[in-house]
Design a binder for this molecule. Structure first.
Ligand code: F6P
Length: 300
């Protein structure tokens, strides 16, 4: 008997998240002897729980499907929703009732770490309750931080944008004696900042994985000035953390952050460096632009 497929997108989108959706629909169509419809969750598992679904096999024309391949943003809409740790929670029973009503044989969940967590929990629930549904996590995040993968879909397109931001700062940096900070996304990991920082020729790169000593950073910048370099570019990960903060307990850190008036780490570092070096500091945050635009060649 034919089974249907269910697919959802979740978390922060990337330039290439729809290409993954395209791949699933296209491949399902090539196996029409085993696979019936491909249903899409509107706004991920959260929307699905409220009954929001669409039949992608019926509602998308061939032209729509082709457009999905290169169109950024999450076509199905996204959510940030964590399933409970306790697998006895009633939401699991509800979800599996819905899967069964739709005769689902496989669920594809496209997203980052939280989405992989959703796929994992559903998969474990299925195993404990002898349900024959496969859960497949499709690793999509610009952060490149999913365990067991070399590269996540979307990382390289975001990397191009972050590198371009640093490249563009060179132009103006060369005209002023200033310190420039480019804050790069990546949540609590530094992959994007490390790659973009190296590719863009940043002079200092600060990553969450290596807590920084602001005095050492300031000394390095002063040394550059003494060596005749009249500007410096720092690539700073949004999750970069100082040695002092990294030594705090979770609750001490949260308490400290709640009193912090800086909108992001780049502003905190900028204030400290301005005070220590006496140089003017400017900040650039490409922010969510890193999750948009056309997917690059690698991601395609
Ligand atoms: O996980 C992808 C990501 O872009 C991170 O790099 C960033 O910390 C986060 O999402 C931002 O999420 P939101 O758009 O929900 O603020």
């Amino acid at each position: 008997m034919k089974k249907n497929i269910l697919v959802g997108q979740s978390g922060g989108p990337t330039a290439v998240i729809n290409a993954s959706l395209y791949g699933i629909i296209k491949e399902a169509a090539a196996h029409s002897e085993q696979i019936g419809s491909v249903y899409g969750m509107i706004n991920g598992i959260e929307g699905f729980l409220s009954g929001h679904i669409m039949d992608l096999s019926k509602e998308l024309s061939d032209e729509d499907l082709e457009l999905l391949r290169l169109t950024p943003a999450a076509y199905l809409g996204s959510c940030r929703y964590k399933l409970p740790e306790n697998l006895d929670a009633s939401v699991y029973t509800l979800l599996f009732e819905k899967f069964e009503q739709l005769n689902i044989g496989a669920v594809f969940y496209i997203g980052g770490n939280d989405s992989m967590d959703t796929a994992d929990k559903l998969s474990r629930w299925a195993a404990h309750n002898n349900k024959e549904i496969s859960f497949i996590g499709v690793p999509k995040t610009i952060d490149n931080d999913i365990w067991g993968t070399d590269m996540t879909f979307g990382f390289h397109s975001a990397l191009d944008i972050a590198t371009h931001a640093i490249d563009c700062i060179h132009t103006t940096a060369a005209s002023h004696s200033r310190i420039f900070i480019v804050e790069v996304m990546g949540h609590k990991t530094g992959w994007l900042t490390l790659h973009a920082g190296i590719a863009g020729g940043a002079d200092v790169i600060l990553l969450p994985e290596l807590p920084y000593d602001i005095h050492k950073v300031a000394d390095a910048l002063k040394q550059r000035t003494e060596n005749g370099k009249h500007f410096s570019i720092l690539a700073v990960a949004e999750g970069a953390i100082s040695k002092e903060d990294a030594a705090l307990t979770r609750s001490e850190y949260k308490k400290k952050k709640s009193k912090n008036t800086c909108p992001s780490i780049a502003y905190e570092i900028a204030d400290q460096l301005a005070a220590e070096t006496g140089q003017e500091v400017r900040i650039t945050i490409p922010g969510h632009t890193q999750r948009g635009g056309s997917p690059n060649a690698y991601d395609r």
